[in-house]
Design a protein around this ligand. Structure first.
Ligand code: GLU
Length: 601
């Protein structure tokens, strides 16, 4: 978005004079090169996209706080990064409030409709009870669409912790959608990757494949429909979404997906209704708290497995002096600790409002001590090796545990997408936001709500459909997530906020960055840029392409680790504030086309 359009946008909603004048006087030139690292002392934004980061910075510069800027940034991502995030999806927001030195989280996860059945993805045409194939049928169906949480997450965060209104923070994104933005390689690639699915829907094809073609890199892309929808939210509030015309359009779209004549695959309708939208609530939840080598960690709690699994892995690693080891030896223990933590994640974690999750036991450091005996000093990495979950129940005070038998080893392949987006913001007062939001797959369900310009999520594919399992679909339940917006306070008072997309590799990306900073003493830029490894109790360890040829990769191979190259493991952003107040905001230098970080001054 150009300077004029931000100014027009802000003036257009009649913002107070101080904001308008502030923006007018202090807007930087928009011609700066996108950059993935920025240093400063009084506020910063890091996201995957230069327009979105700029909008967040403009809001901070105009006097908005970190929550205002985070939501303006997220709304912009709904325009420029619409295949990973948007109002058709959900997410988890972590907020640090300096006044009380407190961290809270907002759970805006999608929710299963009331008519959900455990066998959600059974093929209605099958006489033998087969499930629908994951790709493309499950992920591109109405069945996969959960009640979106993102609009209410924004409204709730602003009302409780922001200083601007929803209308005010949406204006820059409205201008961006109307004026257009330049198509980059990532945007074009994500459409190309989804061409088959997008072609199947009469609402998606004209928007993202105009005349049947992928928009050219460098061309201007406009989305007037999302501008109209944001304007509706701005003028009428979130009720337009949960109890008004947008909600009705969503229910209709899910129940009768707008499919072309003779689609390339069968598209199944879903059971989401206007009443499901009306019932939806955002939950304010405490973070998962833990410590690692003197750092205080804050993680995202259930229904995300992110915070618990990060904390469990770090509890296991606390028994090893990683900084005294060769990097390959230290990475060996990281891999094995991740494997064990994921065995528990896969067995025990689900929506805590539906299942009795033994969280205190899983987080107990005594439990971690007992589990270290199960950490293998020799890698057992064969493609089908799975570690067995432990028994955390003796490590918690629970007079009536409902889990009285050991769960079985889950062999379920992680089929979730590696999409999503993470943004990190800090303001001049030290308020910080670490926010991960998603549609699940890149391109979500592929279904644009006709006339409203946003894609519906396919988050219900995050449920496990083999029963019994704590993460089985149920009415009103939220599917287990891996999203892991994280914050940590260093022993010297330094502060870090970070996160990543990437399905269940989110957890291992967040862990890798933590270990790089704390054990390997890297700065945030190096910690984010470093090669990634990811072990999710899934046999082989995923690694960045080319890692196997590096010295460390060769050393791990020599120790009999089984490494498997992946095209993209995460696309992290973060902000590090040193104890002297100097901050560094960082996005990816290369992954997902590189991100954008900016600081106020
Ligand atoms: N649906 C995933 C989750 O909630 C996120 C998808 C992704 O990151 O690609 O964990």
């Amino acid at each position: 978005m150009n300077r004029r359009s931000i100014r027009t946008a802000l003036v257009g909603v009649g913002l107070c004079v101080w904001i308008t004048v502030g923006v007018w006087l202090s807007l930087p030139a928009r011609s700066q090169q996108p950059s993935h690292i920025a240093t400063g002392t009084s506020g910063a934004v890091a996201s995957v996209d230069v327009d979105a980061t700029q909008i967040g910075i403009d809001i901070l510069r105009a006097g908005g706080n970190a929550v205002d800027a985070a939501i303006a940034t997220a709304a912009a991502l709904g325009v420029t990064d619409p295949f990973s995030a948007g109002i058709g999806g959900g997410g988890f927001m972590m907020i640090y409030q300096p006044e009380g030195d407190t961290v809270i989280t907002l759970d805006g996860r999608e929710e299963a409709p009331a008519a959900t059945i455990p066998d959600l993805f059974r093929d209605p045409d099958s006489t033998t009870g087969d499930s629908l194939p994951f790709f493309p049928n499950r992920i591109s169906s109405g069945l996969a669409v959960g009640v979106p949480g993102t609009p209410l997450n924004w409204a709730t965060a602003l009302e409780r912790y922001g200083t601007l209104s929803l209308s005010e923070v949406l204006q820059p994104a409205i201008a961006l959608a109307e004026d257009g933005f330049t198509v980059d390689q990532t945007f074009a690639d994500q459409i190309t990757q989804n061409q088959g699915r997008f072609t199947a829907f009469t609402s998606t094809q004209p928007l993202y494949l105009p005349n049947g073609d992928v928009p050219e890199v460098g061309s201007l892309f406009r989305n007037p429909d999302i501008a109209k929808t944001y304007r509706l939210l701005a003028e009428k509030g979130v009720n337009a979404f949960y109890r008004g015309e947008i909600g009705q359009a969503i229910a209709q779209t899910v129940q009768a997906p707008p499919v072309i004549v003779d689609p390339p695959f069968k598209v199944w309708p879903g059971r989401l209704t206007a009443a499901d939208l009306d019932r939806y609530e955002v939950r304010i939840r405490p973070p998962v708290e833990s410590t690692y080598r003197g750092y205080r960690f804050y993680g995202m709690g259930l229904p995300s497995s992110g915070g618990i699994t990060v904390a469990q892995t770090l509890n296991l690693l606390a028994g090893y002096n990683l900084s005294a080891m060769e990097r390959a030896a230290a990475l060996h223990w990281l891999i094995e600790a991740e494997r064990l933590a994921f065995s528990d994640r896969n067995a025990y974690l689900g929506d805590l409002e539906y299942v009795d999750v033994p969280t205190p036991g899983l987080l107990s450091t005594d439990y971690a001590t007992s589990r270290r005996a199960d950490l293998l000093s020799q890698p057992p990495e064969t493609a089908d090796y799975r570690a067995t979950p432990g028994n955390p129940l003796p490590y918690q005070q629970d007079p009536s545990p409902s889990l009285n038998t050991m769960p079985t080893v889950s062999n379920v392949e992680e089929l979730e997408g590696r999409s999503t987006t993470h943004l990190t913001v800090i303001d001049d007062a030290g308020m910080a936001v670490s926010y991960t939001l998603t549609l699940e797959s890149t391109g979500g369900s592929g279904i644009v709500v006709p006339g409203y310009g946003f894609i519906l999520n396919n988050e219900l594919t995050d449920f496990n459909t083999e029963v019994p399992h704590p993460n089985v679909p149920e009415p009103g339940k939220r599917p287990r997530s891996s999203m892991a917006p994280t914050m940590a306070v260093a022993p010297d008072g330094g502060f870090i906020a970070w996160g990543s997309p990437g399905g269940s590799t989110i957890i291992t990306t967040v862990l890798g960055i933590a270990v790089n900073i704390i054990d390997f003493e890297m700065d945030l830029e190096a910690a984010i840029a470093a090669p990634r490894i990811s072990q999710r109790n899934g046999g082989a360890t995923l690694v960045d392409q080319g890692f196997e040829e590096s010295d460390i990769g060769k050393a791990l191979l020599a120790k009999d680790h089984l490494l498997l190259s992946a095209t993209e493991i995460g696309a992290a952003t973060g902000i590090f504030v040193k104890s002297d107040g100097v901050l560094t905001a960082v996005a990816e230098p290369n992954r997902r086309g590189g991100g954008s970080a900016m600081a106020l001054k």
